[in-house]
Design a protein around this ligand. Structure first.
Ligand SMILES: [Ca+2]
Length: 353
């Protein structure tokens, strides 16, 4: 078993990434297993991230996976969110089972520490939202990176325009200090994380035909229908942003690379986060010519192979979604849910709304 820990800010592309991880976990031919999900504020507020994660896990019949809640705020300042990109609830037009949050959810930073201690040297850590929760965990336990088998972070825009401000990518712009804390700790613990910037992830354009192919291959799966409802909102946002009727599928691409090492090339680079600039705060600055005199501290994703990735995503998602038991559809109260959802008693309890 290869334990995978996901930290996300769900989010439409996070939703696809979560579905991909559920599919991999359910596949007896794959060793990777999703052992926990940390919810970090970003695309939507932190509690809404958790509602979305619980909703998708329930719809995907994997509601036994432990889910934790991050801080409502980034390391510095106040949280910014982007409902214009991901929809009012963060999942576009998808209708998810409405799962009440537990009274006392596990803290996401504690969850990181706990899982790294449970699987020392084995845990595959993946962050597809701001690095707030991981940075908080590292502040409590600076040796945490030494216990990870690998760490992959979606973030930054190195030699490419930003998608938030002219030079900044969303995840880093939300919490610049957090990424610098993580990078510093990785250097101190001799861990070279993989950084997946927009340079690579924006090469991964999902077009409507990709979604149609997955929907068809899944035999009209209700899970994929809800995922499609989410993605159609994402297509429309990209079109409104002048990028065409398509969706940059950052997060599932990064997760698939983290698990397989495929679909992109890597290069070593020294990078650091701009924390001060009045126009560029949150920019990830790379030093390809070595002007800082510092050794490379990240493996950066460069050239992506989108079509190979989409073929893999289709094969992984459609087989799994087709096999989900019938009658599991979104938009229903958990108590009446036909998937057989039974609230766990340990870390996630049903509470009154
Ligand atoms: Ca995300």
């Amino acid at each position: 078993m290869l334990p995978v820990f996901l930290d996300c800010d769900t989010g439409i592309d996070d939703s696809v990434a979560l579905a991909y991880l559920m599919a991999v976990t359910a596949d007896p031919g794959r060793e990777e297993t999703l052992v926990g999900v940390a919810c970090t504020g970003g695309n939507v507020p932190t509690k809404q991230v958790m509602r979305n994660v619980l909703g998708w896990l329930t719809l995907g019949q994997q509601d036994n996976i432990p889910v934790s809640l991050g801080s409502p705020h980034p390391i510095a300042g106040t949280l910014m969110t982007c409902e214009d990109t991901h929809g009012p609830a963060g999942v576009g037009n998808a209708e998810l089972p409405q799962i009440s949050l537990p009274d006392s959810p596990q803290d996401a930073a504690e969850h990181w520490i706990e899982q790294s201690l449970r699987y020392p040297g084995q845990l595959i850590g993946i962050v597809i939202g701001p690095t707030t929760s991981l940075a908080r965990a590292i502040r409590r336990d600076p040796t945490l990176p030494s216990r990870l088998a690998s760490l992959t972070i979606m973030g930054g825009s190195l030699f490419h325009r930003g998608n938030t401000l002219p030079t900044t990518e969303w995840n880093v712009a939300v919490d610049p200090e957090a990424l610098q804390i993580v990078l510093d700790a990785c250097r101190e613990n001799s861990l070279i994380p993989c950084l997946a910037p927009l340079d690579a992830t924006e090469q991964v354009e999902m077009h409507p035909h990709h979604l149609e192919e997955i929907t068809h291959a899944s035999g009209g799966s209700r899970f994929i229908k809800q995922l499609g409802n989410a993605l159609e909102y994402y297509f429309a946002f990209h079109e409104q942003d002048g990028l065409g009727y398509l969706a940059h599928l950052h997060d599932p691409f990064v997760v698939a690379h983290a698990l397989t090492g495929r679909f992109a090339k890597r290069t070593h680079l020294p990078v650091a986060v701009e924390l001060v600039g009045t126009l560029t705060r949150g920019q990830v600055v790379a030093d390809p010519l070595g002007r800082w005199g510092k050794a490379p501290n990240v493996d950066v994703l460069t050239e992506a192979d989108p079509e190979e990735f989409f073929a893999h995503l289709n094969a992984t998602l459609s087989v799994w979604a087709k096999g989900l038991s019938a009658g599991c559809s979104g938009g229903q109260a958990a108590s009446a849910h036909p998937c057989g959802y039974v609230p766990p008693t340990a870390s996630r309890e049903e509470t009154a709304p």
